[in-house]
Design a protein around this ligand. Structure first.
Ligand code: FRU
Length: 490
């Protein structure tokens, strides 16, 4: 276990912000150095949203997993990022892995997985509680579950706490000994210990069908009387229009009972169709479910050239989730409108045209409504001189293809998915220096990914159709950067 010095790390972060490298993003959370991954511990406490995240402050590899921390009232102004928790003892010597946050007794508490491996690589995963102290450090407390349960391997992690009928529960992601991914549940007893309830039987396990070899980062949300189980299955085979990333992140919508330990649910749906989206978590506050995901993908290191410059990965923008007819819609949180500096629309309000374009500058939001008219094919392009990324929509087949083959550096390839637009196509697009987030058909589908333009060229947005579109209307805003402020303590 390498000694990690919080003061040194915090001082280096402060020196590194604001960022100067042209690949660093302006309105996506990221670190000046090291590797970040899953958002952790999302909780609303004392008037602020607290965002923790997995962070290796010592390099761009998946090691030394610690928790970084920022807090914000408005998702635009943030506290200066600080180290909140790092490996310190035999339980978490190989990483303070992912976990959740919740408010209890007026304190912000966390529940995380301690990762410890022996000399043969065998894991002993312990689930441990902690409390955020006013000095910004998570005080590690008791171990609630010391190791994996019988019948499950050491891939046993990412606890998520929730309340049902006045009782406290948690679920975590696990793998059976015959290598099937699943979710396990625990219930808090009146003595404050945790009773193992077993595996939550989903339709997949009921018919003994294997749906991936491991489920990571589960979450459970309530939308009225409906339950949504979030999880990240690993090991699904890519299909023509789905599961095209190495690992997936999505949900089952239905009804859960912790008495019968069953969930009745519809099909597994992905939360995002882009290249770089994984391990999301959700704040549930005042009736809003606000999701933040990790912009990145495990085990695809060559897709991310910023690691040559000392940092890698980002978090997504916060998105508000709603459930309609068993499907999640995701929209950017309305707080982000405060980033809009100036409307820069050029050539967007047009009728009977085959092309519109706009400059995107250092970072922009594009909001566009297309009445397709005679057009059958639409190409939405983000163009960097001779390089470009294209969203190609074919109205006849109702297929969207995101094509990154026009970029030289970083991850390339295509992602295809079904998107049901008839005569009206709607797009809301956020283009940061390297982070791109697209929301289609008012949040019906989203796609999140990176582009790493080779040359220092500011992008242009273009919409090109095969036949004239009846009308195109929209706006483009130049977006401001997130602001980081020094605060005394949280
Ligand atoms: C998901 C994940 C989690 C784990 C964490 C370690 O990306 O593998 O399952 O807790 O990352 O950083």
């Amino acid at each position: 276990m390498i000694e990690i010095n919080k003061q040194e790390i915090d001082a280096r972060v402060k020196e590194g912000i604001p960022f100067t490298h042209r690949w660093h993003n302006r309105f996506h959370l990221e670190m000046p150095f090291g590797l970040i991954n899953d958002p952790n511990g999302l909780a609303f406490h004392n008037g602020e949203y607290h965002i923790f995240y997995q962070w290796n402050p010592l390099g761009c590899v998946h090691k030394n997993k610690s928790w970084g921390h920022v807090h914000t009232r408005d998702f635009v102004n943030y506290s200066m990022p600080e180290l909140a928790m790092w490996p310190t003892d035999e339980h978490d010597k190989d990483g303070c892995y992912s976990g959740c946050g919740f408010v209890s007794g007026g304190a912000l508490r966390v529940f995380y997985t301690c990762n410890a491996k022996d000399e043969n690589g065998v894991r002993t995963p312990a689930q441990r509680l902690g409390t955020l102290r006013s000095n910004g450090v998570i005080h590690k407390e008791e171990i609630a579950v010391p190791t994996n349960e019988k019948g499950y391997t050491g891939h046993f992690r990412d606890p998520y706490v929730f309340y049902r009928h006045g009782k406290r529960y948690f679920i975590l992601g696990a793998q059976t000994e015959d290598e099937r991914g699943c979710v396990l549940a625990y219930e808090e007893t009146s003595e404050g210990t945790w009773k193992f309830l077993g595996e939550l039987k989903t339709k997949m396990s009921e018919i003994d069908e294997k749906f991936g070899y491991m489920w990571e980062c589960p979450g459970l949300l309530k939308f009225g009387s409906h339950d949504v189980l979030l999880c990240c299955p690993q090991g699904l085979e890519a299909k023509e229009y789905k599961y095209q990333n190495l690992y997936q992140s999505g949900y089952f919508a239905g009804h859960v009972s912790f008495d019968s330990m069953e969930m009745y649910h519809g099909r597994f749906q992905e939360l995002d169709k882009g290249f770089d989206f994984y391990a999301p978590q959700v704040f549930s506050h005042e009736g809003r479910h606000i999701l933040i995901g990790w912009m990145g993908m495990p085990d695809r290191d060559d897709d991310y050239p910023t690691k040559e410059h000392g940092w890698v990965f980002s978090l997504t923008l916060p998105r508000v989730l709603t459930l309609r007819q068993g499907h999640i819609y995701s929209k950017p949180a309305k707080e982000l409108r405060a980033l809009r500096i100036q409307e820069t629309a050029v050539d967007i309000d047009a009728a009977e045209t085959k092309q519109v374009s706009a400059d995107l500058g250092e970072g922009a939001e594009v909001l566009l409504d297309v009445t397709m008219g005679k057009a059958q094919q639409l190409d939405f392009e983000i163009v960097y001189g001779l390089e470009k990324v294209v969203f190609h929509y074919d109205r006849r087949t109702q297929v969207m293809v995101i094509d990154r083959d026009g970029m030289k550096l970083g991850g390339r390839g295509q992602r295809r998915f079904k998107l049901y637009a008839d005569d009206n196509f709607s797009l809301q697009l956020f283009v940061d220096h390297t982070a791109v987030e697209a929301f289609f058909q008012h949040g019906d589908e989203t796609a999140t990914f990176f582009v790493f333009p080779e040359k220092n060229i500011l992008p242009e947005f273009r919409l090109v159709s095969d036949e004239p579109m009846e009308s195109v209307s929209g706006r483009v805003w130049e977006l401001d950067s997130f602001r980081f402020h020094e605060t005394k303590s949280s």
